[in-house]
Each structure stands twice: as structure tokens, then as C-alpha cells.
Unconditional design. Structure first.
Length: 110
């Protein structure tokens, strides 16, 4: 009769670790699951209205911005901080949103 030695905790833990036969397969699947959305081109009239809305923003306004980012549209609500027209971004809280990617802005009424 053979005497068995006790397994270390590390060796026992390795037995229950998940096995991934194909490295990167889970990441590839999750990328395939993402639906890409084409960017909507706004008309000149709507772009003018959007520009007027941007120009009417005041520091401290609570706004909701609907914008295009990484092949999808994102809705973000927060406090308007500033606008930098030379670089072309709008800052809401600590998020910098390119003006060219903005589809709509709603200003919360006080």
C-alpha cells in the first residue's frame, strides 16, 4: 500500500482553475456580439440649431449629451464645465466629448 502525500493548497487550486483551450476566444466572441452603428450625418439646418444650443450653454448647466463614440451612440448626463472650440470639444464633468460627434444636447430646466 502506497502512502499518499498531502497536496499543497496551490496544487489543489490548480485542479479547479478554468481551462481555456483557445486563448482569446472569449474576447473574440464578445467583440462579435457588439453591434456597430453607423454615424448619423446631421443636416446643415440641424447643425445650426445644435451650434446655437452649444453656444447657449453656461457653466454649471446640467445637460444630457447624446454622442457617437466607438461605433455606438452614448447618452451622458452631467454638469457642463467648458467648451473649447479651438480643439473642438465639450467638457461635461471630466468627460471630453468631440463637438463633431454630438448628435443632441438637452439642457435641464432649473
Amino acid at each position: 500500500m502506497a502512502i499518499r502525500t498531502k497536496m499543497s493548497r496551490e496544487q489543489r487550486a490548480k485542479q479547479f482553475m478554468p481551462f481555456a483551450a483557445l486563448k482569446g476566444y472569449e474576447d473574440a466572441l464578445s467583440k462579435k456580439e457588439k453591434v456597430t452603428v453607423p454615424k448619423i450625418e446631421v443636416s446643415d439646418d440641424y447643425a445650426e440649431i445644435l451650434d446655437q444650443t452649444i453656444n447657449s450653454l453656461q457653466k454649471g448647466n446640467i445637460i444630457t449629451v447624446f454622442y457617437y463614440s466607438n461605433d455606438e451612440y452614448v447618452k451622458f448626463t452631467g454638469v457642463f464645465v467648458k467648451i473649447d472650440k479651438t480643439i473642438g470639444y465639450l467638457q461635461v464633468v471630466n468627460r471630453k466629448i468631440p463637438i463633431s460627434d454630438i448628435y443632441s444636447i438637452d439642457i435641464e430646466k432649473k
